[in-house]
Design a protein around this ligand. Structure first.
Ligand SMILES: NC(=O)c1ccc[n+]([C@@H]2O[C@H](COP(=O)([O-])OP(=O)(O)OC[C@H]3O[C@@H](n4cnc5c(N)ncnc54)[C@H](OP(=O)(O)O)[C@@H]3O)[C@@H](O)[C@H]2O)c1
Length: 317
């Protein structure tokens, strides 16, 4: 079964066109050696056709993104660069935005996301203020002050609960909510809710992150063999069929290529298999690693907030 490079673009509520496949840059290991590796990986991704790069101040790799983007020689207007405001910077949004812009060595940022709703102090403890709504108003002030340097603002890790609180004060609707989505955590209700609001969903950890159980699941391997593709290509092709965008990360050339060369349309029974995968016993859970590097249990604190405060669904494993 032939795959083809995905050039699909999503129209955001700002009117911007965002490439549906982005390159994720969270490597979990900033530092000089990783730095060169990441620069090369981003340059390779750009050569392979990626035009959307997802990064964040907290990943400590914005300079590497800036380096690779400039080195690539690709005209800036062909690229879509996303970065994020970290939890410890909610009380200094403007300063943090200008720092990201400087790190990225670019004239403008396409989309700036509130990485998590909660504000933390420098040691990671949750703060009562700014609230997510207060931080959003600070981000609105930044886009209003720098309209040529910032094209859109959005959120990440928001739920129905936290977006309702934010929308109660917002004068600008978030363009995007970036959340964990993969076959074991497909979040159909959340997707429906944000769809109704006109806020686009981007899937982070679309493969289930490091050492993902999805990648070794025998039923998924069997379907991938039928299409003659790798398991990653198959899972990402399904994710796109949901109408969301995806930002897979790989440090390996063959996978960087595979993650943007996707199957245009899955057979209906295969789409149904993935749509319902999470309903199988033991298959409904978040996978994105928590602070100490372990898999989530559904009950741990996330940067000082409970799942209840976040409005996240819990699960049992
Ligand atoms: N907003 C947020 O809070 C948030 C949270 C997490 C992530 N993100 C963003 O989302 C991006 C992607 O998520 P992620 O990095 O957590 O997880 P992911 O993309 O689901 O998975 C990455 C893992 O899968 C492996 N992999 C990649 N392509 C593969 C393929 N085709 N076949 C087999 N294995 C493959 C990678 O290993 P190799 O590198 O060795 O290939 C890596 O271990 C991040 O880089 C970051 O930009 C955002």
């Amino acid at each position: 079964m032939a795959t083809q490079i995905c050039t699909e673009k999503i129209k955001l509520n700002t009117g911007q066109l965002m490439p549906a496949v982005g390159y994720g840059t969270w490597q979990g290991k900033p530092g000089s050696e990783a730095s060169k590796e990441l620069q090369d990986a981003i340059l390779y991704a750009l050569e392979q056709g990626y035009r959307h790069i997802d990064t964040a101040a907290a990943y400590l790799v914005e300079p590497e993104v800036g380096y690779a983007v400039n080195k690539s020689g690709i005209p800036r207007e062909e690229l879509f660069i996303v970065t994020k405001l970290w939890n410890a910077d909610h009380d200094k949004a403007e300063e943090a935005f200008l720092k990201s812009l400087e790190n990225l060595k670019t004239d403008y940022i396409d989309l700036w996301l509130m990485h998590f709703p909660q504000a933390n102090d420098e040691f990671g403890a949750a703060l009562e203020h700014p609230t997510p709504a207060e931080t959003w108003l600070a981000m609105e002030a930044v886009i209003k002050k720098y309209p040529t340097k910032l094209r859109a603002i959005g959120v990440s890790n928001f739920s129905k609960k936290t977006i309702d609180e934010l929308l109660a004060v917002a004068t600008i609707k978030p363009a995007v909510n970036q959340v964990e989505i993969h076959p074991m955590w497909p979040q159909p209700e959340l997707r429906r809710y944000f769809d109704q609001l006109g806020i686009h969903i981007t899937a982070y950890s679309p493969l289930g992150q490091w050492d993902s159980p999805l990648l070794t699941h025998p039923d998924i391997i069997a379907i991938a063999e039928k299409y003659n593709v790798g398991v990653g290509t198959l899972i990402l092709s399904w994710a796109l069929s949901l109408g969301i965008s995806i930002i897979p990360k790989s440090a390996r050339k063959e996978r960087i290529t595979a993650n943007i060369n996707l199957i245009k349309k899955l057979d209906p029974q295969d789409k149904k298999f993935f749509d319902e995968f999470y309903l199988q016993k033991g298959m409904h859970r978040r996978l994105c690693l928590v602070g100490d590097g372990s898999r989530p249990t559904g009950h741990e604190l996330v940067f000082g907030w409970t799942y209840e405060q976040l409005g996240w669904d819990t699960f049992s494993i």
